[in-house]
Design a protein around this ligand. Structure first.
Ligand code: HEC
Length: 106
């Protein structure tokens, strides 16, 4: 019984931290992307979950290619963006166009 409870606790802590990562990504999105792509719901639905995962693999190689020659090019090649890549990936893939999920705010 004790083992079961411990297992449940670990599972729910895991879910909580995944949720925290998604929130971080959402914040980053609102700060970094909203001015050009609109709110998070709109932004995340630009791509499917698989497409987002692919875009942010290898520190966002594919993602950067989308912004080549745009005003965002400098930003997406910068250090700040690199730091946010894992969070953005969590948020955007959670709410990709085929996910059926909608972020609660923004
Ligand atoms: C300075 C404005 C700007 C910022 C900031 C910016 N983008 Fe973009 N983005 C563009 C432009 C311009 C394009 C290329 C034209 C287009 O497809 O809309 C583009 C392309 C894209 C595409 C590809 C669209 C397609 O149809 O294939 C996605 C997805 C995307 N951006 C998401 C993001 C995300 C997520 C962020 C935040 C990390 C971000 N962008 C930050 C301007 C911006």
């Amino acid at each position: 019984m004790k083992k079961l409870l411990t297992g449940l606790l670990i599972l729910s802590l895991g879910a909580m931290s995944a949720q925290a990562e998604i929130k971080k990504g959402q914040k980053a999105y609102l700060k970094q992307c909203k001015k050009c792509h609109g709110n998070g719901t709109k932004g995340a639905s630009m791509k499917t979950q698989d497409e987002w995962n692919e875009a942010f693999a290898n520190e966002g190689t594919v993602f950067k290619s989308w912004h080549k020659g745009t005003k965002a090019q400098k930003y997406v090649s910068g250090k700040k963006f690199k730091k946010y890549v894992p969070h953005l990936k969590d948020f955007l893939s959670e709410y990709g166009s085929d996910s059926g999920n909608v972020p609660s705010c923004g």
